[in-house]
Write a protein that binds this ligand. Structure first.
Ligand code: NAI
Length: 338
């Protein structure tokens, strides 16, 4: 699934999904583990050899999910924690993945989730600040453009904010971009990795197709359709599920892929680079202090934030549309905590 060596071993019938280059101990917690994303994400993390201990927390159903997942024949230990045991779930944890909160229904934007999810994410971040203040926090709960600033501001209030350790998970946009671009260029998804920058909702999602050898061959109506599909691919799933939620399985895959990347960075592996929504200097002069671009991951979390590189004329327009909306989303998150 993730590193080159892992990709090579996938061809073998009894292959594993993840790569493990080292035997370092990694304790991971999933907050919202009983949900549509949380359950398959927990299963995938149980299969990741870099995860040695997995704490599953939810206000509903986590002990059952933990009992179930714990029977999978990999070495990691799995424990389930119910509503009143959040602090215990976070004890000694190095990586906290947060898919807690409500998902979209047809006709909703991610911003429509703000009222419910903002306080869920704030309260979970406050608990992490109290119990595991040095943990890396991977935020899946939407709207990511606002929930990441909420987590940052909550940690800041508690006096434990380290911008290198707070990430918005935008990997599903990257996964979709590779898959959809492969579809229109007749190439394998492994040949069409696409850098996606900006934020994680509609017009704030900016795929940089011009930086991909296959992606830059797409033009005209096909280009417009591809960009639209990458930006609004989530709607396809929301509509197809017809009221039963949004992307859960592909999101679990993306969340596990990103968690594996963070763990590889923490383990000291070099060259682990992927887009993620972090505190970023790239557009800070325009009042946009969170932004997704390629980030190198390392032993402290964020190692290096890469600039977005050369843009085509179309991509400049996409970025122009992204920035004001992203700014509003970020300010809304900050205002909530203030
Ligand atoms: P879901 O409703 O199936 O699961 C959410 C889980 O969170 C439930 O089990 C619920 O009990 C739990 N929960 C609620 N409040 C909690 C709290 N205070 N503490 C712990 N757990 C709590 O929803 P689903 O489909 O798993 O989606 C979760 C979130 O992920 C949504 O906000 C959704 O919009 C977002 N999402 C993000 C994506 C991304 O690319 N970053 C992609 C798809 C969804």
């Amino acid at each position: 699934m993730f590193s080159r060596s892992a990709l090579r071993t996938l061809a073998a019938p009894s292959s594993r999904l993840f790569s493990s280059s080292s035997a370092r101990q990694s304790k991971v917690a999933v907050l919202g583990a009983g949900g549509g994303i949380g359950q398959p994400l927990s299963l995938l993390l149980k299969s990741d050899p870099l995860v040695t201990s997995l704490n599953l927390y939810d206000i509903r159903g986590a002990p059952g999910v933990a009992a179930d997942v714990s029977h999978v024949d990999t070495a990691s230990e799995v424990k389930g924690f119910s509503a009143d045991h959040l602090d215990a779930a976070l004890e000694g944890v190095e990586v906290v993945v947060i898919p807690a909160g409500v998902p979209r229904k047809p006709g909703m934007t991610r911003d429509d989730l703000f009222n419910t999810n903002a306080s869920i994410v704030r309260d979970l971040a406050a608990a992490v600040a109290r119990v595991a203040p040095t943990a890396c926090i991977l935020v899946i709960s939407n709207p990511v453009n606002s929930t990441v600033p909420i987590v940052a501001a909550t940690l800041e209030k508690a006096g434990v904010y380290d911008p290198k350790r707070v990430f918005g998970v935008t990997t599903l946009d990257v996964v979709r971009a590779a898959r959809f671009t492969s579809g229109v260029t007749d190439a394998k998804p492994s040949e069409t990795p696409i850098t996606v920058v900006g934020g994680h909702s509609g017009a704030t999602i900016v795929p940089l197709l011009s930086q991909s050898s296959k992606g830059k061959t797409v033009s005209g109506e096909a280009y417009a359709a591809l960009v639209h599909r990458i930006q609004f691919g989530g709607d396809e799933v929301v509509q197809a599920k017809d009221g039963a939620g949004s992307a859960t399985l592909s999101m679990a895959y993306a969340g596990a892929k990103f968690t594996n990347a963070v763990l590889r960075g923490l383990n000291g592996e070099k060259g682990v680079v992927t887009p993620t929504f972090v505190k970023s200097p790239l557009y800070a002069d325009q009042g946009i202090d969170f932004f997704s671009s390629n980030v190198e991951l390392g032993p402290n979390g964020v190692e290096k934030i890469h600039p977005i590189g050369e843009l085509s004329a179309e991509e400049k327009k996409l970025l122009d549309a992204c920035l004001p909306e992203l700014k509003k989303n970020i300010e809304k998150g900050k205002a909530f905590v203030a």
